[in-house]
Design a binder for this molecule. Structure first.
Ligand SMILES: Cc1cc2nc3c(=O)[nH]c(=O)nc-3n(C[C@H](O)[C@H](O)[C@H](O)COP(=O)(O)OP(=O)(O)OC[C@H]3O[C@@H](n4cnc5c(N)ncnc54)[C@H](O)[C@@H]3O)c2cc1C
Length: 400
């Protein structure tokens, strides 16, 4: 990493040390949802003011006009604090950049800067009950009408739809074309008549997921992003924008060091758990894995520094971190006996092993474990593609 980037990291670290404590950790304990959300908006606006919000987006919309590598560096440093970033996890990463790429200029001026500052929040309405991994199977239909389109159907697993002001949505405009070819991409006001948002309750206390129902929701044609029936291309582009998600080294779970501390204090069969062969073997395994992941991460940073995108081997990182987070959580709970099943008050998956075990979302969202294995098989190892029986067949004639 060159001298300039080292300085960037030092400046970011010092800036965070001065500013982040007012918005993180103790400052958030016990806050009701609405207050935590307000704190999140204030933190986002504060970052934008100091050139650390939406680092890679153009300055004319309030971004910092910086590089992908600066963004990764800032995220790594920011992640050391328990900040309320989660409400923007979708909004700023995918919908906003694709909107700024495709929307008419007047709309970009109207919504762009307010979204960058965190005043507006966006959701991403892609997944449906029978279209998750296979996004092109979606059924929400868009029928042409005077001046626009009427959308009817259902979306599911929509993060933060309940607080979203705007959303990006993919709908089927021509079912007589093969599944990838008949889709169109829009942005829409989430307060439009005909939209109903219903919460999905999770095992933990996260309040992020929703089902969204569309009953003849009118969307003006000027809110189309890309060509009619060209929506799949825009959807794939949306997912490629956040090419490299920065996770912490434990996949947003408690660290290996926390696990070692716990094993030092817990007792198994009357002896410190740290002396147990199985526990020691697991610690060694996770340590070796972590060294491997660090090497992959370093290669990704080098690719960014050369102005390139990291390769598909990045899938290994999410695959291993998601699994390890849950397996370490399970072992920690076993070591603690009956007490292990207790959820720490104010705890979350990053600090509490039981919560980390209980939450499999890292293994589903953004590509399930099985899909990541397919990616590695096909794109890293060069193995043949899966059988695709509906390839090239009109959507309405394909086997369901
Ligand atoms: C916390 C969270 C937040 C989310 N937020 C959003 C959001 O904001 N917007 C949005 O649009 N979506 C969101 N999603 C949905 C997410 O994108 C989907 O859950 C994901 O794509 C998987 O799709 P699915 O749930 O329909 O499962 P399916 O695709 O139906 O998969 C079911 C099972 O079959 C396996 N499987 C499927 N296809 C294959 C294959 N070809 N080969 C091998 N195995 C296969 C899967 O791995 C899985 O085990 C979110 C999900 C989670 C968990």
């Amino acid at each position: 990493m060159n001298h300039e980037l080292k300085l960037y990291r030092e400046r970011a670290r010092a800036w965070l040390a001065e500013h982040a404590p007012r918005y993180s950790g103790q400052a958030r304990h016990g806050l009701p949802f609405e207050d935590d959300l307000a704190l999140a908006r204030a933190w986002q606006a504060h970052k934008v003011q100091h050139g650390y919000g939406c680092i890679t987006l153009p300055r004319e919309f309030g971004g910092a006009g910086g590089s992908e590598l600066e963004k990764v560096i800032f995220c790594e440093e920011e992640m050391r604090y328990d900040l309320p970033l989660v409400y923007f996890s979708i909004s700023l990463n995918n919908p906003l950049p694709i909107f700024l790429r495709y929307a008419p200029d007047a709309w970009k001026q109207k919504l762009g800067p307010a979204t960058v500052r965190g005043e507006l929040i966006w959701c991403q309405l892609f997944s449906e009950p029978s279209a998750g991994s296979d996004l092109a199977s979606l059924r929400l239909k868009a029928v042409p009408t005077e001046g626009g389109w009427l959308l009817s159907g259902q979306k599911v697993w929509t993060s933060w739809a309940q607080i979203a002001d705007w959303g990006v949505v993919v709908a089927r405009t021509d079912p007589s074309l093969p599944k990838h070819a008949g889709l169109t991409y829009f942005f829409l006001d989430m307060k439009s008549p005909g939209i109903t948002v219903q919460p999905i309750h999770r095992l933990g206390e996260e309040k992020d997921l929703n089902e969204v129902f569309f009953d003849e929701v009118f969307v003006p044609d000027e809110q189309r992003l890309g060509e009619i029936n060209g929506g799949f291309k825009v959807a794939v582009e949306t997912l490629m924008i956040e090419r490299y998600a920065v996770t912490d080294e434990s996949g947003y779970g408690p660290t290996l060091e926390n696990f070692v501390d716990l094993a030092g204090n817990a007792r198994l069969n009357g002896r410190p758990a740290l002396e147990d062969g199985e526990v020691r073997a697991r610690i060694a395994e996770v340590f070796v894995e972590r060294q491997g992941l660090r090497a992959i991460h370093r290669r990704a940073l080098e690719a960014f520094a050369r102005g390139q995108a990291p390769g598909p081997e990045g899938a290994i990182r999410k695959l291993l971190l998601g699994r390890t987070r849950q397996s370490l959580g399970a072992m920690a709970m076993d070591m603690l006996g009956a007490n292990g099943a207790q959820l720490a008050p104010h705890g979350h998956a990053v600090t509490d092993f039981a919560r980390a075990w209980l939450d499999p979302s890292l293994r589903i969202a953004g590509g399930t474990d099985e899909l990541l294995l397919n990616t590695l098989a096909e794109r890293v190892l060069g193995l043949p593609q899966d059988h695709r029986p509906d390839k090239g067949i009109p959507f309405n004639a394909a086997p369901k």
